[in-house]
Design a protein around this ligand. Structure first.
Ligand SMILES: [Zn+2]
Length: 464
């Protein structure tokens, strides 16, 4: 069996790994490389496999760095099945159309800004290609073996990362011998709201594992609900606003669910809450359709509350005008809006109208990359820059760090310890991490593997 690492190798985006046996060519994930377009464009445009010769794609989850180049693959001739969970298919259909739309807008913007003679980039693919992808999805139930022929079978397990995310277990017949390969996809944390804990697996000949936070330990997530309660009630007493920048996928739904829990417990002060992101609203509808895929706590709540994403005083904002109208509305109220790093989207105008108000609060609930407005807020600068304007930062800035969707070093160690109890692994390949995370994980899991783990580089192939 040959494995070629075509993305998320030595970095965190562009997840794509090609598995070849004597009879099969299967691609694990087909993600988009994200970052500076001069670097990512060539990698996103050229496939190192021959798309029309692939037998299948297995999609671990719907995040764009794992699914975002599926329309490009279809554009390049792929017509085979894409195996994933039903929730992943529903979310990815939405995310990929959105990705095509963003690319179209970006291309238009760059064409307008380009100097004469400067090359202009077209979108990598169109909404039509994204729709073609949706026709190729084949649902696989979590926990059930799916036979893809006499020589391959596949089983998904809960990954605990976002709704629908799966760990892939593959059994492949190669040169007369069955081999077991496990791909973690993105592994989540234990005890996260809404989601099942990541499942553990039995001995595998090969494990391809993510390593995003292989060198970090996250704070405990247990206090998130009480922190939310404290922060919102404090702002409410001052009649201020609480602005929560949040990713449309995953983070928004977790916060709404926790607020709904607080409301059910009658523990949250009665302030209006607005979700102001059209994509987050559509994705919440998908989450609502998959409430049965969520953890035991959700099942308990559903016995007396038929909608965990709805409570009195919660409004999903639709139009741009309604969104703008919130700027004139006096507090107290809460706005949850995208983007998560405050770089674009509707949250920017909410922040512009809030950061100078000493009675209001900005609540940061996710990682803020260097250079983003979110990072300026987390660092509590005296002034922040929004749309080119220098605005004093008088609002309170609070951060809640317990909501990471990725396993940390302790979670990863636990997952591999469980694997070791069930036989360990032959060869581990460490992907989806910066060098520091990957090397730290290699040390952590060394004892679980028959031979030292390998950190592959982009384009490298291995016979196993
Ligand atoms: Zn992910």
């Amino acid at each position: 069996m040959k494995i070629t690492f075509l993305g998320a190798a030595g970095e965190v985006t562009g997840s794509q790994h090609l598995i070849e046996t004597d009879s099969r060519r299967i691609l694990l994930d087909c993600g988009l490389f994200q970052g500076r377009s001069e670097e990512t464009r060539p990698k996103n445009e050229k496939f190192h496999c021959v798309p029309r010769k692939l037998d299948a794609v297995i999609l671990s989850h719907a995040h764009i760095d794992h699914s975002g180049n599926l329309p490009g693959l279809v554009k390049a001739g792929f017509e085979g099945p894409i195996f994933c969970t039903r929730a992943t298919a529903d979310i990815a259909s939405m995310m990929l159309r959105d990705s095509a739309k963003i690319q179209k807008e970006d291309a238009k913007y760059h064409a307008k800004k380009a100097a004469p003679g400067e090359p202009v980039f077209e979108a990598l693919y169109t909404e039509e290609h994204a729709r073609e992808v949706a026709k190729l999805f084949e649902y696989v139930r979590v926990g059930a073996w799916e036979t893809l022929g006499d020589d391959v079978r596949l089983r998904f397990h809960h990954a605990g990362h976002i709704l629908g995310a799966a760990i892939t277990e593959l059994e492949l017949l190669d040169e007369g011998e069955w081999k077991r390969l496990v791909f973690t996809g993105d592994l989540g944390r234990r005890d996260q709201p809404l989601l099942h804990d990541p499942a553990t697996v039995e001995r595998a000949d090969v494990v391809i594992t993510e390593s995003t936070y292989g060198n970090r330990v996250h704070p405990n997530s247990a206090d998130v609900k009480s922190e939310l309660q404290r922060i919102i009630c404090a702002a409410s007493t001052k009649r201020g606003k609480v602005i929560i920048p949040a990713f449309s996928l995953g983070r928004t739904q977790m916060i709404v669910y926790l607020l709904n829990e607080l409301r059910n417990e009658d523990a949250l002060c009665r302030v209006p809450v607005y979700i102001d992101s059209p994509l987050a609203t559509r994705l919440t509808d998908v989450y609502r359709d998959h409430q049965e895929d969520m953890d035991e706590d959700v099942k308990e709540t559903l016995k007396y509350d038929d909608d965990i994403f709805e409570f009195d005083g919660l409004t999903y904002i639709q139009s741009h005008d309604e969104s703008i109208a919130l700027n004139k509305r006096p507090g107290p109220f809460v706005v949850i809006s995208a983007s998560g790093m405050c770089e674009n989207g509707r949250v920017v105008h909410h922040l512009k109208h809030t950061v100078s108000d000493p009675n209001s609060t900005i609540l940061i609930i996710g990682f803020q990359a260097a250079g983003t407005l979110g990072r300026q807020l987390v660092e509590r600068r005296e002034h922040v820059y929004i749309h080119g304007r220098r605005i004093p930062l008088n609002a309170t800035v609070e951060t809640i760090n317990g909501l990471s969707a990725h396993a940390d070093a302790e979670d990863l160690k636990w997952w591999f310890d469980e694997l070791q109890k069930k036989g360990g692994c032959g060869q581990a390949f460490i992907v989806h991490g910066e060098n520091s995370g990957a090397t730290a994980l290699a040390e952590l899991i060394n004892d679980c593997c028959d031979v030292p783990p390998i950190i592959p580089q982009y384009g490298e192939s291995f016979e196993v």
